[in-house]
Ligand binder design. Structure first.
Ligand code: AHM
Ligand code: MG
Length: 331
């Protein structure tokens, strides 16, 4: 029976059904995504109970980025590693929270994929119960590429084949692309499953909303400043939560543009290429939007050279990214 909006479809059956369309499919995605689904349900549960279990707050350590780790950052990181660690087709797990990848198995031993993730993005907002999220990217490691896991992940032959995020907000939402559009699932707590609520999600082409930390405006390059002046004079509205998953989720559903520019102190901006910008860019593009790292530079065309590198981000509705780009290219 063909899928209709009325049929109940779990994340797992959706991925299996997609895979069946490819003759000879190995079940790789369902194997990886079922582990991500389990991990994010577990993290979501921790997030909801954080205040009760007293796991809110700082750990007193800094991560590889030099940022203060929250207790839940570390818990979420461990949960993902324990859920994905047993999947036979994953070669390496790479976390925003850890300096070096966790190696599970070599390419020859079946480790064909690396999963890159930000276990709990926006975690500094947890103490005020703002939506936070897990972001992930699945990279198929290039056949025949040898060297360290870092070298294999960054090799041009390796490519991102799936990406998504889970938003722990007023509902728990799983947004996924495997390169054929974007699908959205919501966790039905009563049955413990993510169920499909929207297939082939498309971002609105335009909406007069920008999402940027405007308090830093004096530290932005000229082009961004002039864009903001123009947006003010053109009747734009502003929405900024300060939690990327929540800001991108709103942008994806309602339209607008999300921007994290370079600043005087951080020439590359704040967001991490591989754990935040790359997966979000795949989602936005698959939904029909645009994502750039600067004027004329499609973000996904930038070749990363370091697992933890940062990158400026302008992503969202195609018309809105065009507007920002116009000002960036004039500077
Ligand atoms: P994190 O990975 O340490 O949580 O930081 C990333 C977060 C994003 O969720 C958000 O878009 C950004 O930091 C907000 O930064 P700022 O407070 O500078 O606006
Ligand atoms: Mg983050």
């Amino acid at each position: 029976m063909p899928w209709t909006d009325d049929n109940l479809m779990s994340l797992q059956s959706h991925v299996l059904a997609e895979e069946r369309q490819y003759p000879g499919a190995t079940g790789d995605f369902s194997w990886i995504l079922s582990a991500i689904s389990l991990a994010t349900k577990t993290i979501g549960n921790k997030v909801r109970r954080a205040r009760i279990e007293d796991v809110i707050g700082e750990l007193g350590e800094t991560n590889v980025q030099g940022e203060t780790q929250q207790k839940l950052d570390v818990i979420a990181n461990e949960i993902i590693k324990s859920c994905l660690g047993s999947r036979a087709n994953i070669g390496a797990l790479v976390s925003e929270e850890e300096e070096t990848p966790t190696i599970l198995r070599s390419h020859e031993d079946g480790g064909r994929y690396a999963v890159l993730f930000d276990p709990l993005d926006g975690s500094s907002n947890l103490d005020v119960s703002v939506g936070v999220g897990t972001i992930f990217s699945v990279v198929r490691l290039g056949d025949g590429v040898k060297g360290t896991p870092e070298h294999m992940i960054l090799a041009p032959e390796s490519r991102q084949v799936a990406a998504g995020y889970v938003l722990y907000g007023s509902s728990t939402v799983f947004v996924l692309t495997t390169g054929r559009g974007v699908d959205m699932f919501v966790l039905d707590h009563s049955i413990g499953s993510f169920v499909l609520v929207k297939r082939d999600l498309k971002i609105p082409k335009t909406r007069k909303v920008y999402s940027i930390n405007e308090a830093y405006v004096d530290r932005f390059p000229d082009g961004y400043r002039r864009y903001l002046e123009w947006a003010h004079s053109d009747g734009y509205s502003s929405r900024y939560i300060g939690s990327m998953v929540a800001d991108i989720h709103r942008t994806l559903l309602k339209g607008g543009v999300f921007i994290y520019p370079p600043t005087v102190d951080h020439a590359e901006g704040k967001l991490r290429y591989l754990y935040e910008a790359m997966p979000m860019s795949m989602l936005i593009e698959q939904a029909g939007g645009r994502s750039i790292a600067g004027a004329g530079t499609r973000l996904l065309d930038v070749k990363p050279t370091d697992l933890h590198q940062r990158i400026p981000v302008v992503m969202g509705s195609s018309d809105e990214v065009d507007h920002v780009e116009r000002f960036l290219s004039e500077s």
